[in-house]
Each structure stands twice: as structure tokens, then as C-alpha cells.
Design a binder for this molecule. Structure first.
Ligand code: ADP
Length: 407
């Protein structure tokens, strides 16, 4: 007897028509029933899921009437050994539904639940069971379809594991960031505290002293202290940017007065190297959306670099002009320029061209910080340069009245 010939004990008897005892219409009916059963058996035995037909005894274990080939194979039985098995023979952790829900198992119970099948060799595997209880003749039966969900469960476990790992890493990172913020803050405090009286004293000395030499020395102290303070602030901002906590607060800003003011403030730096600073500003520059302090910080970095990398007598130009929805600012110099090989890394933090690696001068974060600050304000930064031909650094800021069009 092959698998599909296995009967459903006590329930389905093969309906074999006897042409001697039935009329022709009766014979057709019998034939249809016979065909229906064949169809049913084909589906039953060719299904991809394990199918079980249980006889349900209220308050007592259900007894297996029949199972299909998939069910038998997955549990390690021969299909003929299956009838008569109890639900507990092939399952562990029987779900509440089947047994304790007995009172509602009377008829038309439908439910889906997860259970664990136990194969004959003791191997367990998770399944999702869809069960339907109904009256079949005298018997109360449950038709259960079990789907092996080992792969899904494994994927769920892997996913949960990954999620938990990601959560742990995120928490560790947040703690680390918190520690770094605290450390950077106290470092900056430690460095800036002694600077404050130095700057104030330098400024006072410049007002009191008269002799040329004394004034020069006091000026050196004052400018040196200011320069150091600016670098410490840059370092703190850069550290904030790397931790993702650097903030800009943008508002409508008139750029022309700011540029004039900045040029006046920085011009002594250029005078000392006999460099000239030229301003090329378009008429009536509309307001931009920007953070004033951050804009000054960007420009100071670019202008300081221009002064630093341009020889005595060179020319530096600060320009601003509207370009579409943006204001485009630029700082150009007639300095030594940047070679193609060096250009690739210029916005990388801590990058300094080898020959500029004077430990007392610059940490290689100025341009990386400029990029962070420009990006945070909705602009872009780039440059053109050629070795020996000077450099021009551009950056853009959104115009205030065009803001709604700026992403
Ligand atoms: P730092 O703060 O040390 O100046 P930056 O990030 O501002 O660092 O600049 C990185 C490097 O880019 C500098 O060390 C220098 O080699 C090069 N550089 C920046 N601006 C200019 C410029 N205007 N002309 C030539 N080289 C420049």
C-alpha cells in the first residue's frame, strides 16, 4: 500500500462504486465522491506542510487518526506508524489552546499557535500550527497544519541578537561621548582659565606702554594669547562636531558690516607681513541665514591660512556675491598654492602638508572644522588651487529670503 492509499480510520472509507447495485445516476454520484476523495488525498499527501487529523476527546489526549507524508518524514516515522500517536508524543510544550481550551473545542474552533514538535530521535523543532476543530460524523476532529518555522525562528533570534548588540554598542557609545564631552569641557576650562588674565593684561599693557620695543613685546603676548584662545575654541568645536553635538544657531544676518568689521580686526595680521587685504563685495548683499559667530570663525580660519601660506607682500582678497539662492564667499591668496596630491586630503582632520608640520603652528583641524560649520549652516565649501599659483577657498550660505527653497 502506498502513502496515498492510507485510509482515514473510522472516518473516510474508500467509496468504490459497485455497478451491479447502483443505478446509473447513483453510479455517477458515487464516481464523483470517489474522485473527490482522490483529489483530497492528492492534496493531503502532496502538501508542503505537515497535516494531521486528530480525534479530539474532551478532557483526554487527542489521538492521531492520520498524517501526511511530510508530517511522517519530518518526525522520523513511517507513515503507517502515525495513527494512534498522542499529541504529546510528537510535541513538547503543548500550547494552552489545545488542552486547556477543551471546553471551546467542541466545534468550529479555529486557532493558530506556535508549538514545538519532537521528532522520534528526540530532535525538537519549532512549528506554527493552524488548527480547526469540527464535527465529522460521530467524531470531533481537529485538522492541524504544522509549518516548520526553524529558519524563521533562527532569523528572529539572529535579528534580536543583532538588535541587542546594536543597542549595547549605542549605549556604550553614548556613555563614551558623554565622558569625552566632560573631558573636553574640563580640558578647555583648564586651558582657558590662565589665558583670561593673560589676554586682559596684554590688552592693558598695550594701552599703558609707550616705548616701541615694549609695545611690540606686549603686542606679541596679547596676540599670542588671543591666537591660543581661538585655537582652543576651534579644538573644542571640532571635538563637539566629531561627537555630533556641535550646534549652530542661525538667524537673518547682514553680511557686509560683519565682513568690514572682520577685515579691520584682522588687518594687523596682514600688515605684519606687508600683505594687502582687499574686499570685493557686491552692492546690496541680501541677508543670509547664518550663525554670526560661526561665520566669523570660518572666515578667520580661511583668512589666517591665507596669511600663513602667502609670502610677504602677497595679496589676499575677501569677496562676496550672490549666486542663485546662496551667497558665495571666497578668500583668495597669491601664496604657494596646494599641489594636486595634497588637495585630496585638505579637508581631512589633522591633515597638514608635510612641510608645514611645525608643531607650534596649527593642528590641521581648521579646514575640517570650516567644513563642519559650513555644512551645518546649509552651505558647501570647496577650493581651487595650483602649486605656486595661490589658492581660492569658496563657501556658500543660504540667502534668508530664499530659505524656503533651500534644502
Ligand atoms: P591648520 O589649522 O593646521 O592650518 P588647516 O586644516 O587649516 O590646518 O589646513 C590644513 C593644511 O592645508 C595646512 O597645513 C596647509 O598645508 C594647507 N592649506 C590650508 N590653507 C592653505 C592656503 N591658503 N594655501 C596653501 N595651503 C593651505
Amino acid at each position: 500500500m502506498n502513502e496515498s492509499d492510507a485510509g482515514l480510520p473510522g472516518i473516510h472509507k474508500k467509496l468504490v462504486p459497485d455497478p451491479r447495485t447502483v443505478s446509473s445516476s447513483k453510479a455517477t454520484e458515487q464516481h464523483l465522491l470517489f474522485e473527490n476523495e482522490e483529489v483530497f488525498r492528492t492534496i493531503f499527501h502532496n502538501a508542503n506542510d505537515a497535516i494531521f487529523l486528530w480525534e479530539v476527546h474532551l478532557g483526554k489526549p487527542s489521538i492521531l487518526l492520520e498524517a501526511n507524508g511530510v508530517a511522517a518524514r519530518s518526525l522520523g516515522y513511517n507513515i503507517h506508524e502515525m495513527p494512534g500517536l498522542k499529541f504529546s508524543d510528537i510535541s513538547t510544550g503543548i500550547p494552552e489552546d489545545i488542552n486547556s481550551a477543551a471546553p471551546q473545542l467542541t466545534t468550529d474552533y479555529r486557532g493558530t499557535f506556535e508549538a514545538t514538535h519532537r521528532a522520534r530521535d528526540g530532535r525538537n523543532f519549532p512549528v506554527e500550527v493552524s488548527s480547526h476543530v469540527f464535527q465529522l460524523g460521530e467524531k470531533l476532529v481537529a485538522l492541524s497544519i504544522s509549518r516548520d518555522i526553524s529558519i524563521r525562528k533562527k532569523a528572529e533570534q539572529t535579528l534580536t541578537g543583532l538588535y541587542n548588540r546594536e543597542k549595547e554598542l549605542r549605549q556604550a557609545l553614548e556613555t563614551e561621548i558623554g565622558k569625552r564631552i566632560d573631558f573636553t569641557r574640563s580640558l578647555v576650562h583648564e586651558l582657558k582659565t590662565p589665558l583670561t588674565p593673560l589676554i586682559a593684561s596684554g590688552e592693558a599693557l598695550l594701552e599703558i606702554l609707550e616705548g616701541e620695543v615694549e609695545l611690540r613685546l606686549a603686542g606679541n603676548i596679547y596676540r599670542g594669547a588671543l591666537n591660543l584662545e581661538r585655537r582652543i575654541n576651534d579644538l573644542l568645536d571640532f571635538a563637539r562636531g566629531e561627537m555630533g553635538v556641535l550646534k549652530v544657531s542661525r538667524q537673518q544676518l547682514q553680511v557686509t558690516p560683519l565682513l568690514l568689521d572682520l577685515a579691520a580686526e584682522i588687518s594687523p595680521q596682514f600688515d605684519r607681513k606687508h600683505q594687502s587685504l582687499e574686499l570685493v563685495l557686491a552692492d546690496r548683499i541680501p541677508p543670509v541665514m547664518a550663525d554670526e559667530d560661526r561665520l566669523r570663525q570660518i572666515l578667520l580660519n580661511l583668512l589666517t591660512n591665507a596669511a600663513k601660506f602667502t609670502p610677504r607682500g602677497g595679496q589676499i582678497t575677501l569677496a562676496a556675491q550672490v549666486s542663485g539662492k546662496m551667497l558665495r564667499l571666497s578668500v583668495s591668496d597669491t601664496g604657494r598654492g596646494i599641489s594636486a596630491a595634497e588637495q585630496v586630503n585638505i579637508f581631512q582632520p589633522y591633515y597638514r602638508v608635510e612641510r608645514d608640520a611645525d608643531p607650534n603652528d596649527g593642528m590641521g583641524i581648521g579646514l575640517a572644522l570650516c567644513k563642519m560649520l559650513v555644512t551645518l549652516q546649509g552651505g558647501e565649501i570647496w577650493f581651487n588651487s595650483e602649486k605656486g599659483q595661490g589658492s581660492i577657498f569658496y563657501f556658500t550660505l543660504p540667502l534668508a529670503n530664499k530659505m524656503e527653497n533651500v534644502k
